[in-house]
Ligand binder design. Structure first.
Ligand code: R5P
Length: 291
């Protein structure tokens, strides 16, 4: 067994390798040339090995993706017996369907690229929508951060009797229901969100009762934090006593840090599928490891 970590989430790759009893990830050189081309070389023999490549395709998304493809290619050319691409955060997953005429289907294209590069298997975590799993013609495991995230609520003795799990949109109801089940079958609320433009969300209605309750909004990702912060306002306006945010992937792009820091969230709990630069941290942030 060999584990290699790309430059997108090196700490997570190290933690996984250590969890499995290695000193760290195995040897690989990744360099960038002056024109931003990427160079990858595996520094030890992997002939006949079962290889796991850990690389989130997070920002800069295209660079991370290309690096993953080169890692796969290097392993294939070095005669690895089996290559598993472990992609904790799978970028382009929101491009999972055709809404307008003549759009590109980014999620499917990324699946094609990973497969054609030579991966035998793929592991993703909380991919934006399950239909993207079907874009792969090779075996795929879809694992969930909810075990770690819901576990945090249990460990921190969140009062289960007045807990309400909130889905920030209709698409996330299944995820929220799963969380609610994990947490003593707590009650569920749903926010009816519309998106007038990309990265702009507009809350329409709240379905469910949050009055006097501890509300936990669960989402797969926080990008600009527009969605989740609007949910927070609606929940507080509707009488929620305390509001928490939980999301697997902290993209935290653009205004996200300031929005979250100035929001009514008591805590914003995310995982380490994407490393968070220090300038994007704020007091309410908690980062849990999925290693
Ligand atoms: C949307 O369907 C996703 O699950 C997230 O709610 C969304 O991508 C978050 O984006 P933002 O933080 O920019 O509102």
């Amino acid at each position: 067994l060999r584990i290699f970590g790309g430059t997108a989430c090196p700490k997570l790759a190290s933690d996984v390798a250590r969890y499995l009893g290695f000193d760290g990830p195995h040897g690989m050189i990744v360099k960038r040339f002056a024109d931003d081309e990427v160079y990858v070389r595996i520094t030890e023999s992997i002939r006949g090995c079962d290889v796991f490549l850990i690389q989130s395709t997070c920002s800069p998304v295209n660079d991370s993706l290309m690096e993953l493809l080169l890692m796969i290619d290097a392993c294939r050319r070095a005669h690895a017996a089996q290559i598993t691409a472990v992609v904790p955060y799978y970028g382009y997953a929101r491009a999972d369907r055709l809404v307008e005429k003549r759009e590109a289907l980014g999620s499917k294209l990324c699946a094609n690229l990973i497969t054609r590069a030579g991966a035998d298997r793929v592991i993703v975590m909380d991919i934006h929508s399950p239909q993207s799993c079907g874009f792969f013609d090779i075996p795929l495991d879809h694992i969930h951060g909810s075990a770690v995230l819901a576990g945090y609520l249990k460990e921190n003795q969140m009062p289960m009797d007045d807990l309400v799990i909130v889905s920030p949109d209709i698409g996330g109801v299944k995820r929220a229901r799963y969380f609610a089940k994990e947490l003593n079958d707590s009650s569920l609320a749903i926010i009816d969100k519309r998106r007038p433009a990309s990265n702009v969300s507009e809350v329409m209605n709240l379905i469910g009762d949050v009055q006097g309750k501890t509300a936990v909004v669960v989402d797969d990702m926080i990008d600009t934090a527009g969605t989740i912060c609007q949910c927070c306002d609606v929940l507080l306006e509707n009488g929620a006593k305390r509001v928490f945010a939980m999301a697997t992937h902290p993209l935290l792009s653009g205004p996200a840090r300031d929005r979250l820091a100035n929001s009514g969230f008591e805590q914003v709990i995310v995982t380490d599928t994407i490393p968070i630069p220090a300038d994007r941290t704020f007091p309410q942030l908690r980062i849990l490891s999925i290693a």
